[in-house]
Design a binder for this molecule. Structure first.
Ligand SMILES: [Zn+2]
Length: 336
């Protein structure tokens, strides 16, 4: 998200900012490599990064368990900065991952060749082969939630400038520790947008001061069990649109939108798959003042969504649901 207002900041404001920010050495920052869809990942199937909202990794990656809520996250694609934000939550789950390796030496350092046959070459032993060895491994997956403070960074800092912000500029790690005070200064120098950088710093400090670095780390292990429980409790009903076959229902985790992830026993609602997606995007929200659905105007051209606008929700909301739906409303509809 590009900040809406780009203000020129005077010297005084920058001066204030520096004093303000001097107290935040406790902030930890990470430089995360996100190559998106075109990601060349011979060793595995890659991850589902959508930079402005989430960053995903798993326990095969170095530093995987060191990243915390409240840490500053800077995403880059080796060429340049993509953007910067503060981690609001980390969702933890388990998954099966396919790992590919050299059939001769077993290393994962293999490259797919564009034209030559056989299609693969091992970077370690030089072996050429048509198909890599495959192994299914159970991994712990991590996904950061960081959409709220996202600051678009395209064009601001180059790859070499970013490397220089790290303790080890020559590191090859996809997740490497960075120096927040250096990153902060580099962003200030590049943008002059004191307010945005200040926002990021304040959010990071708040998360640390609030002490919920750990408590907001939420476990999503047992996604299927969670959905099954919701189906038992709520039946085959989409919470927004009414009766729906179980096959088309998904468990929506409401607490992704809240600051605190502590009480999530009633943190879910069943939603129709398309509704769930539109809800995640903030295109459908619940206006708690009236208890009705709010559908953004750009969807009003689609009769199936237009007719939902202003309709009451289809289930009885618990107080917990209301808290989370309110956080969703505020998070997604700052203008409302
Ligand atoms: Zn090999």
């Amino acid at each position: 998200m590009i900040p809406e207002v780009e203000t020129e900041v005077g010297r005084d404001e920058l001066g204030d900012l520096r004093t303000d920010l001097d107290t935040d050495e406790v902030v930890t920052a990470w430089l995360m490599l996100a190559l998106g869809k075109g990601r060349e990942h011979a060793g595995n199937d890659g991850y589902d990064d959508s930079a402005s909202q989430h960053y995903s990794w798993d326990d095969t990656v170095q530093n995987h368990a060191r990243v915390s809520v409240g840490d500053v996250i800077a995403l880059w694609d080796r060429k340049e900065l993509i953007g910067v934000s503060v981690i609001e939550a980390i969702d933890i789950a388990s998954a099966e991952k396919t790992l590919y390796s050299c059939p001769q030496c077993g290393r994962a350092d293999i490259k797919r060749r564009q034209r030559e046959k056989p299609a693969y070459r091992c970077g370690k032993c030089g072996h050429l082969f048509p198909t890599p060895r495959q192994k299914i491994k159970s991994v712990t997956t991590y996904r950061s939630v960081h959409g709220r403070r996202w600051m678009n960074g395209r064009g601001l800092l180059s790859g070499s400038e970013l490397r220089a912000l790290c303790d080890s500029p020559k590191s090859q790690l996809s997740m490497r520790p960075a120096r927040w005070e250096r990153l902060r200064q580099a962003l200030l120098d590049a943008t002059g947008q004191a307010s945005t950088v200040k926002d990021i710093a304040a959010a990071a400090r708040l998360a640390v001061a609030g002490g919920h670095r750990e408590s907001v780390v939420r476990t999503r292990v047992g996604q299927e069990a969670f959905r099954a429980r919701l189906l038992r409790e709520q039946g085959e009903v989409c919470a927004f649109t009414g009766p729906t076959p179980a096959d088309a229902l998904e468990a929506a985790h409401l607490y992704s939108y809240a600051e605190s992830g502590e009480h999530h026993e009633y943190g879910g609602l069943l939603l129709r798959r398309d509704i769930h997606r539109l809800f995640d995007l903030g295109h459908i929200a619940v206006d708690l003042a009236s208890g009705t659905l709010d559908v953004i105007p750009s969807l009003h051209g689609y009769p199936c969504y237009a007719q939902l606008h202003g309709q009451p929700v289809a289930v009885q909301l618990r107080p917990e649901h209301r808290v989370w739906l309110d956080a969703h409303w505020l998070g997604k509809r700052p203008h409302a």
